[in-house]
Design a protein. Structure first.
Ligand code: NAD
Ligand code: MLT
Length: 311
């Protein structure tokens, strides 16, 4: 009897294949290459992806015997979950696999934007010893506004409290008592915008959150605020952010994610006050191993017709 086929559409930790074991035929494709994806997905039982592969309604329709879409990470905005469900395809992710890693990157971007570390590093390696140009701001006693106090937002809040930051948060789905347990005071979005010296975004990308930090919001911020987005591109509107940086309403930004990825050219990259990373939020060996093992287990269970636990 032939083995079920598992298609790996992006680079995943080698632990993923080890955890799948010998019971599957493993195939590979480049999920970011649309034609390659649409051809490869036709006759597989499961597909494993990160964030660069769009498993939309067209891809699901092209898949004749797909039973599982497994997302080795948190965000499911690149999967049409409704179309998958309608087609009887199970969608699984690894919701806790990379949260520490993603939170650590967000904290790194907060520190980097406060102290101009990447810019000073680049200048020094270019032979420039510029101490006053890269004078920064202290984090202690400043207010950090966490937009989205879920798993990652809470870890960022906890870590930045260790720097002496005061934590406020906007998340309409969290109770004030739960926020208080995490050391955060819940505010409305407008109150947070008016109060925070740093704003860090940890929301899923949904029709509701897309552009949430847009022109209107960026006109309400405390002058000199720094904005961090290590969640999803487009939640902070890129054109509105560029205007706010140009007009000095926003003093700096730390960005890991972009409306269109890969992104190698953006008006935002022209600002010396913008620290940019190429969607590295989940990119540690530890997180990738956890994500790979977690989705491999889920695929094994799902293809065996067994119950897949939530996390
Ligand atoms: P989570 O579900 O634990 O938390 C999200 C929080 O956002 C929840 O508390 C929810 O109540 C809140 N929320 C939802 N809609 C909202 C709205 N309209 N207004 C305000 N709050 C709202 O998710 P998480 O694990 O913390 O991850 C957050 C996001 O980070 C993911 O969806 C993913 O897109 C992104 N992420 C990025 C990377 C990266 O590599 N840069 C890595 C992991 C996760
Ligand atoms: C995620 O949502 O988990 C991140 O985007 C990380 C990734 O898989 O690239």
């Amino acid at each position: 009897m032939s083995k079920p086929v598992v298609l790996i559409a992006e680079e995943l930790s080698p632990a993923t294949v080890d955890a799948l074991g010998p019971d599957f035929e493993i195939r590979h494709c480049d999920g970011a290459d649309r034609q390659d994806l649409l051809t490869a997905i036709r006759d597989v039982d499961a597909i494993l992806i990160r964030s660069a592969t769009k498993v939309d309604a067209e891809a699901i329709a092209a898949a004749r015997r797909l039973r599982v879409v497994a997302r080795a990470g948190v965000g499911l905005d690149n999967v049409d979950v409704a179309a998958a469900t309608k087609a009887g395809v199970m969608v699984v992710n690894a919701p806790t696999s990379n949260i520490v890693t993603a939170a650590e990157l967000a904290c790194g971007l907060i520190v980097a934007t406060a102290r101009n570390i990447p810019q000073a590093n680049a200048a020094l390696k270019n032979g420039e010893w510029k101490r006053s140009k890269y004078t920064g701001v202290e984090l202690s006693e400043k207010t950090l506004g966490v937009v989205g106090l879920g798993r990652i937002g809470a870890l960022v809040a906890q870590r930045m409290a260790g720097f002496g930051m005061k934590i406020v948060a906007y998340d309409p789905y969290i109770q004030p008592a739960r926020a208080a347990q995490m050391g955060a005071r819940l505010l409305s979005l407008d109150e947070l915008l008016e109060t925070a010296d740093f704003i860090t975004v940890h929301l899923p990308k949904t029709p509701e959150t897309l552009g949430l930090i847009g022109d209107d919001a960026l006109h309400k911020v405390k002058p000199g605020v720094r904005i961090i987005n290590a969640a999803r591109g487009g939640i902070v509107d890129e054109a509105a952010l560029a205007s706010a940086l140009k007009e000095g309403r926003v003093a700096g930004a730390g960005l890991d994610v972009y409306a269109k990825e890969p992104c190698t050219d953006s008006p935002l990259f022209e600002f010396d006050t913008v620290v940019a990373t190429p969607h590295l939020g989940a990119s540690t060996g530890e997180a990738q191993e956890k994500a790979g093992i977690s989705v491999a287990r889920s695929v094994r269970l799902a293809l065996a017709g067994e119950l897949v636990p939530d996390a």
